[in-house]
Design a binder for this molecule. Sequence first.
Ligand code: CAA
Length: 259
Amino acid sequence: MSFEFIKVNPQLEKHIALIELHRPKELNALNRQLMLEVRDALRVLDEDESVRVIILTGGEKVFAAGADIKQMANATAIDMVNIDQFSTWDQIKKTKKPIIASVSGFALGGGCELAMTCDMIIASDTAKFGQPEIKIGTMPGAGGTQRLTRAVGKALAMELVLTGRFLSAEEALNVGLVNKIVPAELLIFETLRFAADIAKQSPVAVKLAKESVLNAFNSSLDEGLIFERKNFYLTFASEDQKEGMAAFVEKRAPDFKGK
Ligand code: CAA
């Protein structure tokens, strides 16, 4: 499969795949073609048994400056309905394997929404997050009002969405939007290290645990607890659970196979 606006490395490190957004002149603005490519790459990597963790990055300089304003500028509402550009984004939340956003520079508008749709965010010290759509006469449309509010709370989300102010990496860390800040030149290396800590776990348990955490956003506490309990019981059908507990008892490292 060849891509125009992304680069895919299916096995950067053992079990870790990397998708890099690559429209540098446009600050990785997310046009439809790029998001179709991200969707297709995620589908392939999610089905590839050798891949356990996926990293999505824009590289060292910029993550993404948002949806492509030039592509949308003259669209009518019906064009937007017919193109339904955000439908390609649904693949991100359908992906069963963990996705880590590795963010340097601007993550604005759709770029911030893309990072937040991933499961975790590693930010470089140059990262800037924001939902500046209000400054161009519109509003977030790919989850910004929902995921940002859940991540940082109503007061700050409302401020960012209504003023378009950017958050520095440090502020993003303080409010719980990102997992970790690292120097920009070490971003990919540090993201790989972070990913490796997940890639060495049981892929079956990781998938079920990811599904359970995400379910917390869509269910009541009681429903979420039942869902979690069933996924916990389900891990006992895996060879990995037997291997993990046997390895603990035998005082050795487990060798998880994803079965
Ligand atoms: N869409 C299309 N092109 C973009 C873009 C975008 N979102 N962001 C930047 N570019 C282009 C610029 O037009 C410019 O292209 P040219 O060289 O051909 O003029 C190039 O990238 C470099 O940008 P700047 O010269 O503006 O760079 P800067 O360093 O001075 O400023 C910036 C950087 C603050 C990110 C500024 O580019 C900017 O404000 N970009 C738009 C941010 C934005 O509003 N994002 C939200 C988009 S709408 C959205 O995302 C909806 C949604 O919910 C999904």
